[in-house]
Ligand binder design. Structure first.
Ligand code: SIN
Length: 483
């Protein structure tokens, strides 16, 4: 690792590197080999409370800074992230497991949100509204919401922080970040770079813990917190929504998915195979926009499956720091048990194994890239977010039928389809009940476009020109004048 100073073992509250008030610590483990990387503070309620107070104190000053000065600080932070990209990527692979090339990609993707919102800070315009009577003038201004709780997941330990903290700081909010329990080290490294960039004390706070429910209860209920932004599972999102309801906080929820990937009979099969591969197996299938259900038209089923099975069987599993690794370990043993259990149950219910289906000989946290065919919607696996390197394959022969089946889920985050028919592109895009649609494209994430779901996949949009609005309130000014 080039810059070992970025491997930190303290939390960051009010501009200080601190231990937990009760002195407890928790081990952070490399999922590829089970080795302890370091220990971090195992914080509790009182630490969360202190972080909220620090963020609120800092907010009183930060909210009054100019958009231009916030933009300049964000830009400095962006530059430092890019300068330290190799170190951050190594740290990310070490604590999370994804292959180094993907980790490096995530660092740059994560940095792009800071760059983007540094620019957007300066464009948080209000309106002048034509008056409805001669004695009034109307205007709107946009103001920061206040203290934000950002609860971020382990699957993107850098990008999910920057996608929330970037717009929050740009808007003039201050933040308490609660990173995923398995992956706090990237969050701490990012805070260290923010400190180096000159972002004032208390503007960003990072609390680490092995007891998310205890800390979350404070961070999602505290009256000084005015907004909660959460990325994670739908059941936890629902719990947070209930906690935030008592004080009517603003919320952004980026929750689970059950993404369909539909290949029509007129698709470019080379592109469809590559799209399915990347959208399914990136991060070992552990993203909420990963393909969950692959729907293949009967007319091209055999040809598609022959090609797809071949490219999946070529994927190399291993430690993400080894050259050529495509699939790293899953985040922990519980995740492997869940995936193995779902595959076993699907096989009992009549699915067939086309590839994989085992914990790998490499170790108990590695699961083989797997393909299950003959899957139907009557099986439990069709209704679960897999979060692992397992593809479930369904057949179809009718456009209306496949749209109905694709929409038959409480989730609505991402969906993908491949076709060369331009009329179908519009029909299917409009009919799919999802927040994000990949059309002849398997990778849809970018800082410049809105990311978010409908139905039980959440509310709010991250990234893009819309992302900053989630951290601002619109204030209407009605000005009475003499004419
Ligand atoms: C996620 O899995 O929550 C984010 C995926 C992405 O930004 O591409």
């Amino acid at each position: 690792m080039k810059n070992v100073d970025l491997v930190l073992s303290k939390a960051y509250v009010d501009g200080l590197w601190v231990d937990a008030k009760q002195g407890k610590t928790v081990e952070i483990v490399n999922p590829a080999n089970g080795e302890v990387i370091t220990r971090v503070p195992d914080m509790g309620k009182e630490d969360a409370e202190a972080a909220v107070i620090a963020a609120d104190t800092a907010f009183q000053t930060w909210r009054k800074t100019t958009a231009k000065s916030r933009a300049q600080l964000l830009r400095k932070w962006f530059d430092l992230i890019v300068e330290n990209a190799e170190t951050l990527a190594t740290l990310l692979t070490t604590e999370q497991g994804k292959p180094y090339k993907e980790a490096y990609g995530e660092v740059m993707y994560g940095a792009s949100f800071i760059e983007w919102f540094a620019e957007e800070a300066k464009r948080a315009y209000g309106d002048h509204i034509p008056a409805a009577n001669p004695h009034n003038r109307y205007m709107t201004i946009k103001q920061p919401v206040g203290v934000v709780t950002a609860i971020t997941p382990w699957n993107f330990p850098i990008a999910m922080i920057t996608r929330k903290v970037g717009p929050a700081l740009a808007a003039g909010c201050t933040v308490v970040v609660k990173p995923g329990e398995d992956t706090p080290l990237c969050a701490l490294a990012m805070a260290a770079l923010a400190e180096q960039a000159g972002i004032p004390k208390g503007v960003i706070n990072v609390v680490t813990t092995s007891r998310p429910a205890e800390i979350g209860d404070v961070l999602c209920r505290h009256p000084l917190v005015r907004k909660v932004s959460f990325t994670g599972s739908t059941p936890v999102g629902k719990l947070i929504l209930r906690q935030a309801a008592d004080t009517v906080k603003k919320v952004s929820m980026e929750l689970g998915g059950n993404a369909p990937f539909i290949v029509f009979d007129d698709a470019d099969l080379d592109k469809a195979v590559q799209g399915a591969l990347i959208s399914k197996y990136r991060n070992a299938g552990q993203t909420c926009v990963c393909t969950n259900r692959l729907y293949i038209h009967d007319a091209i089923y055999d040809e598609f499956m022959a090609r797809f099975t071949q490219v999946v069987s070529d994927l190399k599993i291993g430690d993400g720091l080894e050259d050529g690794t495509d699939i790293g370990p899953l985040i922990n043993e519980k995740a492997v048990d869940k995936v193995a259990g779902l595959v076993e149950q699907a096989l009992e219910q009549g699915a067939q194994l086309a590839l994989g289906g085992q914990v790998s000989a490499l170790g108990k946290q590695f699961y083989e890239p797997t393909i299950l065919t003959n899957v139907s919607e009557s099986m439990d696996i069709a209704h679960q977010e897999l979060f692992g390197p397992v593809t479930t394959v369904f057949r179809f022969n009718d456009e209306a039928d496949v749209i109905r089946r694709a929409n038959d889920t409480p989730y609505g985050l991402a969906a993908y389809f491949y076709t060369r028919d331009h009329s179908r592109v519009w029909r299917v895009s409009e009919a799919l009940d999802y927040g994000i649609i990949g059309i002849n494209e398997g990778i849809i994430s970018t800082e410049v476009a809105p990311f978010g779901g409908v139905k039980e996949s959440g509310c709010g949009r991250e990234g893009s020109k819309y992302g900053i609005d989630d951290y601002m309130e619109i204030k209407y000014l009605c000005h009475g004048i003499d004419v």
